[in-house]
Ligand binder design. Sequence first.
Ligand SMILES: *Cc1c(COP(=O)(O)O)cnc(C)c1O
Length: 406
Amino acid sequence: MNSNLTGDSPNFVTHLECGLKGDHYPAGVVHGLSQAGRPLLVRYDLGKIAQAVSKEEIASRPQDLWRYREFLPVKKKENIVSLGEVVTPVLRLDKVQKGKGPLFVKDEGRLPTGSFKARGLCMAVSMAKELGIKRVAMPTNGNAGAACAAYASRAGIEAFIFCPDDTPQVNVREIAMQGGKTWLVNGLITDCGKIVGEGKEKHGWFDFSTLKEPYRIEGKKTMGLELAEQFHWHLPDVILYPTGGGTGLIGMWKAFQELKSIGWISKMPRMVVVQAAGCAPIVKAWEEGKEHAELWQGAKTAAWGIRVPAAVGDFLMLCAVRESQGFATTVTDEELLAAREECAKKEGFLLCPESAATLAAYWQELLTGRIRPEESVALFNCAFGAKYDLPAVTAQLDRGQALNLA
Ligand SMILES: *Cc1c(COP(=O)(O)O)cnc(C)c1O
């Protein structure tokens, strides 16, 4: 980390491609959505990547996200905007495991700004810097905005962040502290997204909404690359993902496809979408066999990060679920809050509410048989657990009583 900070990063990007129609777009210039209004996917010369780097070479590199640089879009090292994106640990959860196969959690709460949004935003901001973008705007339920503000400030890029007005205060304040121009909106993330869409011409904002620029997926892809490497290139049987905009699900599936095509992995995991019963557009579309999801009316859940009534990458999520022979399911807020408490008390591991939904779903689906008892299962703790409101503690003690405590 000194003489290596400038110069070319190995770059194997060939073009960008519409995730729906497959038409091509040139790399190296600013893009939002495709002409069809759908997410663009970055394509690489995978054969050349496989020639340029080996698993052994990667294993010898520093334990951070940039160890996978051949699979990433940044061209010049000086454009990398980093806050120290560590490889996150994978832990066993033996006490809340209810099947015979092992249960794992990858703890993404260790990343900068306390959530896995750092993966996506460090890549999106690095690419914005590389492409000369000076002002970005995004709608957020909290964690994406926090990561955006932090990386943008570090890069000297202005960030305008729009949050629903009931977003947890800790998130809103974090965004503002980290230099984001922060606005509270009396509506949901979709309403915030509309403000960004309508204001971008006038204010010269580049639209950083989930999947409306091509590079957040590439950052999130590293979650899948890391998982594969940590499991010695033999992935767990089932991955449960708390699904909002779907960047992580789509990014991981893209990682697995790229690794498979160069022969580094063989068996693909089953991808499972988990949503809250109070906001489950992707689950509804999956159950109805549709390719796209409808806007979910009256979205409501305590798991803020997955309160996303509509997602522009809906078809990519549904495709990953179908191709991987996974499924989509919901749990109630009561179930996810109970799972969160049980895991914290028994394992000493405080999940964020979104990820607690996946633990509750794991228990539920072992009972329905959609997860088989012998299958190994991976969850992701998407954000640091104490970043959220926690139940208040009321026990108060007179100093004189202290010695009589059991
Ligand atoms: C953003 C977020 C999610 C949802 O992730 P997507 O990739 O957008 O579906 C889940 N949990 C937490 C804590 C989040 O911040």
